[in-house]
Ligand binder design. Sequence first.
Ligand code: CA
Length: 261
Amino acid sequence: MYRDSGSITHAMMTATAAARTSTGRVRSSNEDAFGYRPERGIYVVCDGMGGAAGGEVASRMAVDTVLQRMTAEEDGDVEPMSERERLHEAIAEANRAVLERAEGDAGLYGMGTTLVALLLGTDAGARPALIAHAGDSRCYLMRAGKLSRITQDHSLVDEQMRLGAMTAEEAERSPFRSVITRAIGTQKSVTEDAIEMEVEKGDVFLLCTDGLTREVDEAGIARILGAGPDVERAAQSLLDAANEAGGRDNVTCLVVGIRQR
Ligand code: CA
């Protein structure tokens, strides 16, 4: 198990983060990856896939590329980009990096990864959050005791459900439930979804892989996130709950709590 934590204070609010990842109780390797730079307000979770070492390589590369691009000094000669454009460019760069590596190494051919990223604005006053994702790793928001899912899975079964062609029960039993329809590193380009929202004090964001959401239902996630403001405890409790429920996949939970200074 890997532990990490960090916090950063902005003009009006403080974001405190904690993350946990686990191989789970069945798999022999962990293809999930996470990373964050609190001073930049960027948090990323990826769930890799692909034979041999591919999944591990893809998820790590995607996390590192996005963090690197988001923390790099902006080139003074080019037109300044909006935060949304910067994140879009960082995700596009991660896509190129993973695809190039996969095409250049027969052992890594076909690898790819999901990605979910949270970017917290660093301006004083209003703190808009930007959430971007491709694949079935999710972002949840716990606000005033209520859990909402911010992202919609890019998966075959989720899309069928949204079209009304499949019920939740059918999706749960479907042999295609692991098939994702968007990923980083599997096509020449990727179109991520991006959602912008205001942040309020007391908000708790969760970025997680499907190793959590397949094992712990939303009521269970809400109970754990609602139990108190300690992000370290929340991340650990979510991981423990997934492993206690079977731990059939790698599990990663990154929890970001927003407090007033
Ligand atoms: Ca997974």
